[in-house]
Design a protein around this ligand. Structure first.
Ligand code: MGD
Ligand code: MGD
Ligand code: SF4
Ligand code: MO
Length: 858
């Protein structure tokens, strides 16, 4: 089988992948991001490339249509809105998951031809505060460092980053570097204890948004201990005195971290010249995210610890092409090649290059404002591409209503059924990863090729082509006439050359004569090039700026602070990772982490359901009682949608509050009330047929042979057999067992000797080995075996999956420990768990020392 060299479509690490049409997936040993490593999501890519659930033809109002009809309707409706209501009456909302070529053309069409800048992207929810912080400090949006710095640093400070779960291959690189050089230190700054703490010598458990006070305190400490690099500041930095003065007037204890831990952190930072601060959404997704970014950058600028090997601030990008989007001007306030929409010379140069009839002269609407404009009736036509805002935006219910309020909505997606697609007038099928060609840029400015190794299925087309076709139908065919993505990329590089005179950091010269087909992963401006060690910033005087930062006043909340984020094995709204049974096996249900003290006060026991709510909406989630989250704080994953749950989409309760500088929403800053959800009944079900999530509480997940569902409701059905048939969609012989002891009703539906469905109901959360029940579906078993609810002696039950890469369950690991495996390595040798990506190692370590595992009911 010949394997194609491509790049993983998930996180911003940007790992190289060798992929085959038969589903073979291997890490690319030659890719400088991963050198052959892959995480569980990357390793399971082969399970997501089948066509189940794919959108394979355009649809107009739910009916299959031809491309000609769909393109014509889209172009005509956008043109009519522009004619009748002006260019700002239309909008695009795109994504860090489209390729650079797609992104470039979407921007060219909106900014240069439609003449509005109403194009924003989900990167607004992700990177906007880092972009704004970089621009304030450096005069440009540059990530100064490279991944090799993570291996060369003597101190790595993680701020608001769950690296072990969200950038697992970088986590592995750091872990391996630390194993080689045990003197290397890692500090983790996070209000929550996460799997990433496993790597940390010190965990600073700050209060949410305590970061600015912490880094202000660090700046003061650096000044007091004479660690400031006066020469660097004199030559390259403005604003030191004012920043220090502001820092001095804030109190590091306001960060909420332990006083001794703070001092230890300051001492480490002061005494370790080679320090990298890696930061992510705990910093960005905040109402003071840009200030938090600048509080971090201040410390690096004041010490000149930037741009040398093993040194510098490092903002991690989330999506595979979040960085590429920033480069081509994906955000509503940018133009391609890091040029500014508000600079008339930049605008003129870009317009001249494009030969375009117009160019947007002022920034467009940022995501939260864009959907507000939809709600207000200002937007008459909206095109959503490669993102699922009905789930991922704050106040998601309000956003769904806003989208419904737009007279004409187009959604381009690879999947037929998404919460956003459900609201569309026109659905346009896109080719998915593996079927499309183009480039992406990772966190370290490295541009890599995604290459197709599968044919385009059905009528699906690459996004760049759809954009070009709509542009042509709107009358701009000549400016959007491309042979393929190579042609688009070449134009983007030529635009870079044509605007070189503006002397921006983003220099694509290295790609001028590049062979697109065989393009090697390459960093701009050049491989291994770092920025700013010798100054050379992009403010007009060439200097960087330190900013005076005032930490936010600590508000006293009546209610719980709601923190949100990610699971190790799921990707955002689960449209793709949700297809892989192996990935669904780890944390298969929407949960809320709640501190034992809070749980006791709310009378919530393990396995109970909890309802969280506020003025925006509500969600019901499974309680996971753990002191990983602090008292008064809850944590819930962002992944569950209306497709997979009845009422567990957490953005129903996140507020549309934004950072005033960047417009990035405070997705980790909700406030909710919480209470026990008084269910009258609970059900666990598994079926060979798909089940829809339609009860007071419901969560469905894919299993190897069908689907599983966790349900609960306020009123018990009259007849459980009837309920079981309706839920599982199964005809066949039905066997019912009432278990007085557990208060359960157990139902099996068997057809031609094969178990089609199992439904276990109870007045309490159902106690049952899920993995065992699931393993029986689709097999030939007797009704008695099926209803016994536990594995027989000769059939050990592996338990919930801990290691997704190697499919190793908790019971297998526990028995390995009982049989003498006394270290994570020994568990690996015995069971293979943790031997691929290693992201489950913290959980293996937790299993070694405790049974208090961060996962849903076994
Ligand atoms: N498995 C997986 N990996 C992914 C993704 C995925 O969906 N699944 N998505 C990708 C994307 S797009 C992104 S943006 C990245 C996100 O990667 P991360 O930012 O690492 O992930 P999150 O879980 O969103 O949040 C990180 C941490 O911020 C902490 N936090 C919350 N509030 C604060 C605060 O005020 N201060 C500090 N210091 N910390 C705080 C949370 O407790 C959480 O542990 O992950 C990427 N990788
Ligand atoms: N509460 C809370 N909310 C959050 C966050 C959080 O931490 N907490 N994080 C935020 C962040 S950082 C991010 S990045 C967002 C992510 O949120 P979204 O971008 O909304 O999530 P995805 O599920 O990645 O959506 C991608 C969509 O594009 C489709 N798709 C995949 N490939 C292609 C393609 O090639 N072409 C097209 N046209 N479609 C494709 C997928 O099927 C899917 O429907 O969520 C944000 N929302
Ligand atoms: S770390 Fe995992 S998800 Fe991220 S790019 Fe690498 S393989 Fe893909
Ligand atoms: Mo993101």
């Amino acid at each position: 089988m010949s394997l194609t060299r491509t790049t993983c479509p998930y996180c911003g690490v940007g790992c190289g992948v060798l992929a085959g049409a038969d589903g073979t997936i291997k890490g690319d040993p030659e890719h400088p991001a991963n050198f052959g490593r892959l995480c569980s999501k990357g390793a399971a890519l082969g399970q997501t490339i089948d066509l189940e659930g794919r959108l394979l033809a355009p649809q107009i109002n739910g009916a299959t249509a031809s491309w000609d009809e769909a393109l014509r309707l889209t172009a005509d409706t956008f043109s009519a809105a522009i004619r009748d209501h002006g260019p700002d009456s239309v909008a695009f909302y795109v994504s860090g998951q489209i390729l650079t070529e797609d992104y470039y053309l979407a921007n060219k069409l909106m900014k240069g031809f439609i003449g509005s800048a109403n194009i924003d992207t989900n990167s607004r929810l992700c990177m906007a505060s880092s972009v704004a912080g970089h621009k304030r400090a450096f005069g440009t949006d540059t990530v100064p460092g490279v991944y090799a710095d993570l291996e060369e640093a003597d101190l790595i400070v993680l701020v608001g980053s769950n690296l072990a779960w969200c950038h697992p291959v970088l986590h592995k690189r750091v872990a391996e570097a630390k194993a080689k050089r045990p003197e290397m230190r890692v500090v983790n700054v996070d209000p929550r204890r996460t799997a990433t703490c496993d790597l940390a010598d010190l965990h600073l458990r700050i209060t949410p948004d305590g970061d600015a006070a912490l880094f202000n305190g660090l700046l003061t400490h650096l000044a007091e201990t004479d660690r400031i690099d006066a020469a660097y500041i004199a030559q390259h930095v403005n604003g030191f005195e004012a920043a220090l003065e502001a820092a001095r007037s804030s109190d590091p204890l306001e960060s909420g971290a332990d006083a001794a831990d703070i001092q230890e952190f300051y001492r480490l930072w002061a005494e370790t010249p080679k320090v990298v601060t890696l930061y992510s959404q705990g910093v960005n997704q905040s109402a003071c995210g840009t200030d938090k970014v600048n509080a971090i950058l201040n410390c690096h600028l004041a010490t000149g610890r930037i741009g040398t090997p093993g040194c510098g601030p490092f903002s991690l990008t989330g999506q595979p092409n979040a960085m590429g989007g920033r480069e081509v001007g994906g955000l509503a306030n940018m133009l391609a090649n890091h040029l500014d929409i508000e600079n008339p010379e930049h605008r003129a140069a870009v317009q001249d290059f494009w030969g375009s009839p117009t160019i947007a002269a002022r920034p467009g609407l940022k995501a939260v404002d864009l959907f507000q404009a939809c709600a207000d009736g200002q937007i008459k036509a909206l095109w959503v591409m490669s993102t699922n805002p009905a789930v991922s935006m704050p106040d998601a219910d309000g956003v769904s209503e806003a989208i419904q309020n737009v007279p004409f909505v187009v959604v381009s997606d690879v999947m037929a059924r998404t919460d956003t697609g459900y609201l569309a007038d026109v659905l346009l099928p896109a080719t998915a990863w593996g079927e499309k060609d183009g480039t992406v840029t990772n966190s370290e400015r490295r541009i890599s090729r995604q290459r197709a190794f599968l044919p385009a299925p059905g009528e699906a087309r690459p996004d760049w082509r759809t954009i070009a076709d709509v542009a042509a139908c709107m009358g701009w065919g000549a400016a959007f006439d491309y042979d393929g993505p190579a042609d688009v990329f070449a134009e983007y590089v030529r635009l870079g050359a044509a605007t070189r005179g503006f002397d921006k950091d983003l220099d694509l010269s290295i790609f001028v004569d590049a062979d697109y087909a065989d393009l090697l992963p390459t960093q701009w401006p050049a491989n291994d090039r770092r920025f700013f060690a010798e100054g050379g910033f992009y403010h007009p005087d060439g200097k960087a700026r330190m900013l005076p930062i005032t930490p936010p006043a600590l508000t006293v909340n009546t209610g719980f602070k709601l923190n949100t984020g990610r699971n190790r094995d799921q990707w955002h709204t689960m449209t793709r990772t949700g297809k892989a049974p192996q990935l669904g096996a780890h944390l298969a249900e929407p949960y809320v982490q709640i501190h034992p003290g809070d749980a006791a006060e709310l009378d919530v026991a393990e396995g109970d359901l909890v309802q969280i709510k506020n003025g925006y909406g509500q969600a019901v989630l499974r309680a996971l009682i753990t002191d990983a989250t602090a008292k008064g704080q809850l944590f819930a994953p962002m992944h569950w949608t209306r497709q997979r749950s009845a009422s567990s989409a957490v953005n129903a309760v996140t507020p549309p509050v934004v950072d005033p500088v960047s417009g990035q929403p405070a997705l980790k800053g909700g406030v909710v009330s919480a209470q026990r959800f008084e269910a009258a009944w609970y059900v666990f079900a598994a079926s060979t047929a798909e089940m829809s999530p339609s009860q007071d509480y419901a969560a469905v997940a894919r299993i190897q042979t069908g689907w599983q569902a966790e349900l609960a409701g306020m009123t018990a059905p009259d007849d459980w057999s009837e309920f079981a048939r309706a839920l599982t969609g199964q005809a066949g012989d039905i066997a019912v067992m009432e278990d007085q002891l557990s208060g359960q009703t157990r139902i099996a539906i068997i057809r031609d000797g094969v178990l089609q469905a199992l439904v276990f109901s109870s007045t309490r959360p159902v106690a049952l080995s899920r993995s065992h029940a699931v393993s029986l579906i689709g097999t030939e078993v007797s009704a008695l075996q099926a209803l016994s609810g536990r594995a027989s002696v000769d059939q050990p039950d592996p338990g919930v999956t801990v290691c997704a890469c190697m499919s190793v369950g908790i019971n297998t690991i526990r028995s390995a420990i009982r049989e003498g495996a006394g270290s994570v390595e020994a568990i690996g040798a015995k069971t293979c768990a943790g031997t691929n990506c290693g992201a489950c190692k913290p959980e293996l370590a937790a299993l070694l020392s405790t049974t208090d595992l961060p996962m849903a009911a076994e």
